[in-house]
Design a protein around this ligand. Structure first.
Ligand SMILES: [Zn+2]
Length: 98
C-alpha cells in the first residue's frame, strides 16, 4: 500500500497528515494546491466505517465493564481507522457525489 501524492507537485503525504481530513479536501503543504479526495476513495473509506460501527456497538453492549469498553474503543477505533490514509487518492477538482 502506498500513501497518496499531490496531483500537482507529486509531494508524498505522510500518514499523520491524512489521518483526519475534513470536507474531503486537503491543502498540499509543499505547493499549496488544494487536493480533493476522489469519489472512489470516499467509497472505500466508508467501508472502513462498517467495522468501526461494529466496534462501537460491541463496546457499548459489554455488560458493566467500563474498562473493557474503554479499552475496546481506545484500541479498536484507531486500529480500524489507521489504514484510511492509504485508501485516499487526490484529484484537482471536486467530483460530484452522485
Ligand atoms: Zn503539491
Amino acid at each position: 500500500m502506498k500513501l497518496p501524492t499531490c496531483w500537482n507537485c507529486n509531494y508524498q503525504f505522510w500518514w499523520h497528515e491524512l489521518m483526519f481530513i475534513f470536507g474531503w479536501k486537503k491543502k498540499c503543504p509543499d505547493c499549496g494546491e488544494m487536493q480533493y479526495v476522489t469519489i472512489d476513495s470516499i467509497r472505500k473509506t466508508y467501508f472502513l466505517f462498517l467495522p468501526l460501527m461494529f466496534f462501537i456497538f460491541i463496546a457499548l453492549n459489554l455488560p458493566d465493564n467500563f474498562l473493557g469498553q474503554l479499552l475496546l474503543l481506545v484500541v479498536g477505533i484507531p486500529a480500524v481507522l489507521s489504514p484510511q490514509p492509504f485508501l485516499l487518492k487526490f484529484t484537482d477538482h471536486q467530483q460530484p457525489l452522485f
